[in-house]
Structures are given as structure tokens and as C-alpha cells.
Design a protein. Structure first.
Length: 249
């Protein structure tokens, strides 16, 4: 079960300067290891006016804002539809997790249609995204010894393995633990993360390093054996969707 943040987020969407096609919760709440003081990561897509894209000025394709609302730290990032779809076509698992997040704050028909097109961008090369993300988080863990990047390392590796095997984007670590042969100590680490957002990881470093190396190998094998295609199949459909959605606005 994915726990949603206990705060009304709908006013945040209403405050945005341009129409929002969707807004979902990402980050630790989506990944299944929020702490009591975790911030709320809101991600989504806004729709710029056509004039902003055809004039001389550079369009504001990405907007980000961090602030505190009702005592909770908020982190909002939205992309214009065209940029978001381009990211989808660049084997970017992160934006797919946002698009398909079950923690929906705001949705539209366009959001639902875009989600239906998402399987057409999945390829075996998405393994590179998760492999690279895991490497970055592991380096951060080795530098800081903190629990958060360690859990992120496990999460992205297991998400990548699951995607290669099933064709499903599943970012929720507690769900992944049951199906990919994850280390048995991960539930304890998730419980520890629930108590504090920042802090050291009380783990056997050598054992953890061996498990991470093993999962990298599993991801490599899963990519080699994956039934996912080599290239996206939904480019034309996504192009038509972006054009139609922009013109209808």
C-alpha cells in the first residue's frame, strides 16, 4: 500500500499560472519509505500558451519551486507538455514514474491518454537510466553513509529489474521486495527511514556492497533477456497527441 501525504494539495494546482494536465506525488511517498518529516515532491505537466512557443522569447518549459505549506516542505516541478514528452522518449524512467504514479493530486483526460501511450516508450535501454541512477546514489551513500541514498540505490535497481522482466514501471520499494529477490534486511532499513529523514545507515558495508553488486548483475541479465523493444514505438502517436492537445487549448 502506498501512503499519500496527509495534506490537501489541490490548492497548489489551482495556484499555477498555466493549465496543469496532471500533478502527482513522487519521491519517498511514492517509493514507499517516507519519514515523518519528509517533504512532498509534486511533479506534473503544465501547458504553455501557443504564443509562448512561437515567439522570440525562450519559453518557460520547466518550473520549480520549494516552499513550506501548512508546516510541510513542498517541492514542485512541472514541465511543459512538449518537454515532458521528449523526456519520455529519452528512456527517462523518472518521468514515467511521475506520469504513472497512483498518488494523483490532479488529473485530466489528457493525463489519462498520455498514460495510455506510456507503454509505447518503454525499451530495454531504460535499464541504463536505472543503472546510472543507482551508481550516483551509491556514490552518495559511500560519501555520506546516510540511509536515504542507500535505499534509493536499492529502489532504482529493483525498479529496473522489475521493468526489464515485466514491462511494468513499479517504483514502490515494499512491493518490489516481494518479487525480485531483494535482501532480507530491507524492511528494517525502510522502518528506520520512517523514523528519520536524515541519518546514518546501520549496516554491514561489505554485505551491502556485495548485494548492490549482485543486483547490478541481475539488472544486466534482465536487460539481456528482456522482451522490451530496442526503440520506442509511440513517437508518431505522441507527436499527434502533443499537437492536438496544444491546438485544442
Amino acid at each position: 500500500m502506498i501512503d499519500a501525504p496527509d495534506i490537501d494539495l489541490t490548492p497548489v494546482v489551482a495556484e499555477q499560472p498555466d493549465p496543469v494536465l496532471f500533478a502527482t506525488v513522487s519521491g519517498a511517498h511514492l517509493y514507499g519509505f517516507p519519514s515523518r518529516d519528509s517533504d512532498v515532491d509534486l511533479r506534473g505537466v503544465h501547458l504553455l500558451p501557443t504564443a509562448d512557443l512561437v515567439g522570440l522569447r525562450e519559453p518557460d518549459e520547466t518550473r520549480s519551486r520549494m516552499w513550506v505549506r501548512d508546516g510541510v516542505e513542498m517541492d514542485l516541478v512541472t514541465h511543459d507538455l512538449r518537454k515532458f514528452v521528449r523526456l519520455m522518449l529519452r528512456r527517462n524512467g523518472y518521468v514515467l514514474e511521475q506520469l504513472l504514479s497512483p498518488l494523483v493530486v490532479h488529473t485530466t483526460d489528457a493525463h489519462r491518454e498520455l498514460a495510455e501511450l506510456a507503454p509505447g516508450v518503454l525499451t530495454s535501454h531504460h535499464a541504463h537510466h536505472y543503472r546510472g541512477f543507482a551508481t550516483t546514489q551509491w556514490r552518495l551513500f559511500e560519501k555520506t553513509g546516510e540511509l536515504k541514498p542507500l535505499l534509493y540505490t536499492f529502489r532504482v535497481l529493483l525498479t529496473g529489474i522489475h521493468l526489464m522482466r515485466s514491462g511494468e514501471v513499479q517504483p514502490h520499494l515494499p512491493t518490489l521486495i516481494a518479487g525480485v529477490g531483494a535482501p532480507t534486511y530491507l524492511p528494517e532499513l525502510i522502518a528506520a527511514k520512517a523514523e528519520r529523514e536524515h541519518g546514518g545507515a546501520d549496516v554491514d558495508h561489505a554485505r551491502v556492497a556485495a548485494d548492490i553488486e549482485r543486483l547490478h548483475g541481475v539488472l544486466d541479465e534482465a536487460q539481456t533477456a528482456s522482451a522490451l523493444p530496442d526503440a520506442p514505438s509511440a513517437y508518431d502517436a505522441l507527436h499527434a497527441f502533443v499537437v492536438r492537445t496544444r491546438l485544442e487549448s
